[in-house]
Design a protein around this ligand. Structure first.
Ligand SMILES: Cc1cc2nc3c(=O)[nH]c(=O)nc-3n(C[C@H](O)[C@H](O)[C@H](O)COP(=O)(O)O)c2cc1C
Ligand SMILES: [Mn+2]
Length: 479
């Protein structure tokens, strides 16, 4: 199912009883942030602040801040089966009939490709003369933040060589009424594009959409492979093409139903500027660093736009549910590569990739280590800081069970492996920014083929007859 736009999703949240409208006047400066943080720590609803002091535009926040709302945002009942219908298309059809059956499915998928339309609601107001960001209720999230940040933008860029499009969600620091800083980190596709423009000394056009169908916003945060266009992925999620409109002042397209669109450019000749600090999803401030400036050339928006934003900070928060959706959706994709993986879990406290718990069906000596290295080689999973591999009798969704069994099963000197590699730019402990160590823990049972010759003890389990008897007699005991 597809939402037409963000307000269609807001209406749906309202009908689900998952939206709280707040009419009391609130300040963009830290107040909305503190309210939202408290609400998200209490598993509270999505919030629509309708009266932000000094602004006419309402602020939507915490819209995807629970598993229920995140699933609703993607129009899914569960994450686990989502890719299955696409995998079927990749399997070799066994007969001519099977082949023929696939044709309509392929035609359906062709219908999900992004589609250019002439115009859309995002063009209701077009501001080209001295456009200014001043009408937007952009938040300052945390006390030591370097300024106000647009935290949930969809940033559209094009590779100057291949012409391929990308969308990433990269926070934008407001410098003044028409300048933003582009926080695309080193390993991200936006940064790769920027590097090419710098190399060729070419002006880099950028378009930013704020407030879209949440399937589009989610696609912008999803770690997709290079050159896989996020708007195509969004089309697959919503099973309907994303309608795109050409921008006014740059040669890019943006979602036709966006609430607000910012157009502009990055000048390759200009020096990078200091961005940050920013209270980040690690629960710490990310430090200052150098990022390029974006110069605004045009704003288009709806007549009565909604400003969609998010705060990140100590978990649990809204972005954890986005991370969980990525984990659950992409498990089946990872299992295509590594069918021996039974389950995978990144607990919220591990901020996505600091702790990855994986259970496997172990078939050969060294199998756990092969999986660790496989994960370190997969896209943004390269950031995985600590990977713990357990056998398939461990439920990785149960962190207590993992801790109990893994800690019993390891001989640390033998079972822990350190490797060097790229680390997340936000990792404040690594020896260098973006480069450091990773730890793999092989917490599987050790085999004689791995040099372990002592007997391995059985796990304690009561016999089923006695269990049944005690269950039956429970009341007799006086409990
Ligand atoms: C709320 C939120 C804010 C984010 N902010 C940034 C950011 O400022 N810079 C960044 O590089 N990635 C940020 N990310 C992660 C990227 O959106 C994510 O890595 C995405 O895959 C990037 O797209 P790309 O792979 O096309 O570069 C953020 C993610 C979320 C959920
Ligand atoms: Mn990308």
């Amino acid at each position: 199912m597809a939402y037409r736009d963000l307000r269609h999703f807001i209406d749906t949240l309202d009908k689900m009883g998952e939206l709280k409208r707040i009419q009391a006047p609130v300040d963009w400066n830290l107040e909305i942030s503190e309210i939202t943080d408290r609400v998200s720590k209490q598993n509270g609803p999505a919030l629509l602040f309708e009266n932000v002091t000094g602004y006419k535009i309402p602020v939507l926040i915490n819209a995807m801040g629970s598993k229920k709302r995140m699933l609703a945002a993607l129009g899914l009942e569960s994450y686990e089966d989502f890719f299955q219908k696409y995998f079927e298309l990749l399997e070799k059809p066994s007969s001519m009939m099977d082949k023929l059956k696939l044709l309509p499915r392929l035609a359906e998928i062709a219908q999900m490709m992004p589609k250019t339309v002439k115009t859309g609601a995002c063009k209701e107001v077009i501001l080209k003369d001295n456009p200014s960001l001043d009408f937007l209720p952009i938040l300052k999230c945390w006390p030591k933040d370097g300024g106000r940040y647009i935290t949930l933008p969809l940033v559209f860029t094009v590779d100057p060589r291949s012409g391929k499009h990308n969308v990433g969600c990269y926070r934008l620091q407001v410098m003044d009424s028409n300048t933003l800083l582009m926080h695309w980190q080193l390993h991200k596709h936006g940064a790769a594009h920027h590097k090419k423009y710098m190399g060729e000394k070419k002006r880099m056009e950028v378009a930013i959409a704020i407030g879209c169908d949440p399937a589009l916003t989610f696609s912008a945060i999803t770690p997709l492979p290079d050159d896989l266009y996020e708007m195509l992925f969004a089309g697959l999620l919503r099973e309907k093409a994303v309608e795109m409109v050409p921008c006014e002042t740059v040669d890019l397209e943006v979602p036709a139903h966006a609430e607000i669109v910012l157009e502009g450019f990055v000048d390759p000749e200009e020096e990078l500027r200091t961005e940050g600090p920013f209270g980040d999803h690690t629960g710490y401030y990310s430090l200052e660093d150098l990022y390029p400036a974006f110069h605004l050339t045009c704003i288009t928006h709806r007549k009565d736009p909604v400003y969609h934003t998010i705060i990140v900070g100590p978990p649990p928060q809204e972005d954890d549910y986005m991370g969980q959706a990525v984990e659950r959706l992409f498990l089946s994709v990872i299992q295509k590569q590594f069918p021996e993986i039974v389950d995978m879990h990144m607990p919220f406290e591990g901020i996505f990739h600091n702790l990855v718990l994986v259970s496997i069906r172990k078939r050969y000596a060294g199998h756990a280590r092969k999986i660790m290295h496989g994960i370190w080689g997969l896209g943004q999973a390269m950031f995985s800081k600590v990977i713990v591999i357990v056998d398939d009798d461990v439920d990785v969704q149960n962190v207590r069970e993992v801790a109990w069994k893994a800690l019993n099963h390891i001989d640390p000197e033998r079972d822990i492996e350190f490797v060097m590699g790229p680390v997340d730019v936000l990792d404040h402990a690594s020896r260098l920014m973006g480069y450091g160590s990773h730890m793999g823990v092989d917490a599987t049972r050790k085999w004689k083929e791995e040099g372990f010759t002592r007997p391995w003890p059985d796990e304690i389990v009561m016999s089923s007859e006695i269990k049944a008897l005690v269950t039956k007699r429970w009341k007799d005991y006086g409990f």
